[in-house]
Design a protein around this ligand. Structure first.
Ligand SMILES: NC(=O)c1ccc[n+]([C@@H]2O[C@H](COP(=O)([O-])OP(=O)(O)OC[C@H]3O[C@@H](n4cnc5c(N)ncnc54)[C@H](OP(=O)(O)O)[C@@H]3O)[C@@H](O)[C@H]2O)c1
Length: 345
């Protein structure tokens, strides 16, 4: 196989300045170094664009080591092994891994084996490879873990999901429906709300952009109260949900995408209700559950093949378009998982 001689990457030029303006990254090309013993040349097939990219582009500390200016932007990718000088990796194998926004990378095989994030996958030929980014990838796993293991959702319960038309939200909604819950979503705009009602068959939706008071709108939609709130958004949306929780309700703190990259964080005013309503609010990081994925993934593959789940991705072509695609996350332009197809899939 003819190997390339250049690696093309997006480099961090500067951190976010009160939100994404599209100038944070610059394009660079470097020579591919020769493969040393123990190294592997990987080719990025698909790059996942995630809300966490905004955290990694900020100068604030988060749950991973902070990226420095001049470093390659970090991203979840599906890559194919193009060449290997490591005994445990073979040409043609696929890995799901946390690497960089590059078309190729030379990586240390032992580091891949020990980083607790990288997983070898054997994509089912009956499924599109991009299904392993969203539905069967990190956001799908997060929805599963958040809803089933943290939220412990039960049949008949009323579940409210924020960011419901986003990658994690879509999967959380599908798992909640499959568990027999009554499922309600919060999303911005008629198109997303129609998708949630008509395609995912949710029991009700609120278009937060069309409501004067989101708190009242949730109350009208779910007058009996919310048993489990799966929160992807945080900030004002969490504030509006809190007064609508049932006594002893549970809040799954999946993330606070509304706050990422903001210079000033929104102060949630209704937090005292956690006490008076005896709520349990619990966060999780999918990184802590990677060892459970080999058990969960075959089940999810089976559900997708059986038509119990749908695969909904927003695909953008070409690594060179990744920074402009990232803006869709901020403007709410994507329904489902935002994925950049770097190689032909
Ligand atoms: N805990 C974990 O391990 C884990 C793993 C993966 C993801 N997550 C979290 O899951 C959340 C969603 O991530 P994702 O990958 O699913 O992202 P996504 O596909 O971009 O979806 C996020 C959704 O949030 C909504 N949103 C964004 N900003 C908003 C705002 N200011 N107010 C209200 N809604 C807003 C957008 O929908 P609208 O157009 O409807 O506003 C968008 O559809 C993030 O908080 C992320 O950190 C957590």
């Amino acid at each position: 196989m003819a190997l390339p001689n250049k690696i093309h990457s997006w480099i961090i030029d500067h951190y976010l300045r009160d939100g994404l303006d599209g100038t944070e990254l610059r394009w660079e090309s470097r020579d591919i170094p020769e493969l040393k013993q123990g190294q592997v040349l990987i080719k990025t097939c698909l790059l996942s664009l995630d809300a966490s990219n905004l955290l990694w582009l900020s100068d604030k500390e988060d749950y991973l080591p902070q990226l420095q200016l001049g470093e390659i932007m970090r991203g979840n990718i599906i890559a194919r092994i193009e060449s290997s000088s490591h005994p445990d990796f073979f040409e043609g194998e696929y890995i799901l891994t946390l690497q960089g926004w590059s078309d190729y990378a030379v990586v240390d095989g032992d580091a891949l084996l020990s980083d607790k994030i990288t997983m070898k996958i054997r994509p089912n030929p009956a499924l599109p490879l991009d299904a392993y980014v969203g539905t069967l990838g990190v956001t799908g796993w997060s929805a599963y873990v958040g809803l089933i293991k943290i939220g412990k959702v039960k049949a008949g319960e009323r579940i409210l999901i924020s960011g419901a038309a986003g990658a994690t939200g879509i999967m959380a909604a599908q798992f909640a429906k499959a568990a027999g819950a009554k499922v309600y979503g919060i999303a911005g705009g008629a198109k997303k709300c129609q998708f949630l009602k008509n395609t995912l068959n949710l029991d009700g939706v609120v278009d937060y952009k069309a409501e004067q008071s989101l708190q009242l709108a949730i109350g009208e939609l779910i007058p009996e109260g919310v048993d489990v709130f799966f929160d992807n958004v945080g900030g004002e949306i969490l504030d509006a949900a809190l007064p609508n929780m049932c006594i002893n309700g549970r809040i799954v703190a999946s993330g606070s995408v509304s706050q990422y990259g903001q210079a000033e964080q929104y102060g949630v005013k209704n937090l005292p209700l956690v006490t008076s309503k005896r709520l349990r609010m619990e966060g999780f990081l999918i990184l802590d559950y990677i060892d459970q994925i080999p058990e969960i993934l075959p089940v999810m593959e089976e559900w997708l093949l059986a038509g119990k789940l749908i695969n909904k991705n927003h695909l953008v072509t070409g690594l060179e378009n990744a920074p402009s695609a990232l803006k869709l996350l901020v403007t709410g332009g994507n329904i489902g998982k935002l994925v950049v197809s770097v190689d032909k899939v």
